[in-house]
Ligand binder design. Structure first.
Ligand code: SAM
Length: 175
């Protein structure tokens, strides 16, 4: 009874993403729902998705930002973009979403509206592998490094939630 996904969101999960060999990358539905509720709480009108994959969380955000809102989605793999875009249309939110098919670092460098947004960083526990990353596991090592960096960063307030595969909230401190 906890999940209430909009219909195209369920379709992204069942119809397309689970056929993909990399479906482990898909955001957890309960984590996405929490991020959407947090976005509503802070009246977010602009969001940035770094790594869109098949579009679950991008659509999730587009459904909660206002009509005039914008969701910028970064993705490097056109196969994933081709899967995602019909669902954006089906949900009637395609006008709110701009997909940038290139390395996110390029897109982020050109965005003028990044100020000091709260950041929601999913997958931070990576199935627990961040606790003791294997020497050849670069993903777990990178996530472990990020978690440690955020932990000591006094410029932000921090919460690491054990929802889904781990979700970090990083909120810039103003005082
Ligand atoms: C963990 S998945 C993201 C899951 C997604 N947010 C969701 O809603 O299910 C990571 C995605 O980031 C993309 N990616 C990886 N490196 C990237 C980069 N440098 N720039 C843009 N996208 C990148 C990958 O192709 C992959 O689709």
């Amino acid at each position: 009874n906890a999940l209430r996904p909009h219909s195209p969101l369920s379709e992204i999960t069942t119809a397309k993403t689970l056929e993909d060999p990399w479906s482990i990358m898909l955001v957890a539905s309960e984590q996405a729902q929490l991020m959407a509720n947090l976005a509503k709480l802070i009246n977010a009108s602009k969001t940035i998705e770094i790594g869109m994959y098949t579009g679950y969380n991008t659509l999730n955000m587009a459904l909660v930002v206002p009509e005039s809102g914008q969701v910028v989605a970064c993705e490097i793999d056109d196969e994933y973009v081709n899967i995602a875009e019909p669902f954006f249309k089906e949900a009637g939110v395609e006008d709110k979403i701009t997909v940038h098919l290139q390395m996110c670092i390029k897109t982020l460098g050109h965005l003028t509206y990044i100020s000091d947004p709260p950041t929601f960083s999913p997958q931070v526990l990576w199935s627990g592998k961040v606790v003791d990353p294997a020497p050849d596991d670069l993903t777990s090592q990178a996530l472990d490094k990020l978690n440690k960096k955020l932990h000591t960063d006094q410029r932000i307030d921090l919460s690491m939630l054990t929802v889904g595969n781990g979700l970090t909230l990083a909120i810039k401190r103003y005082r």
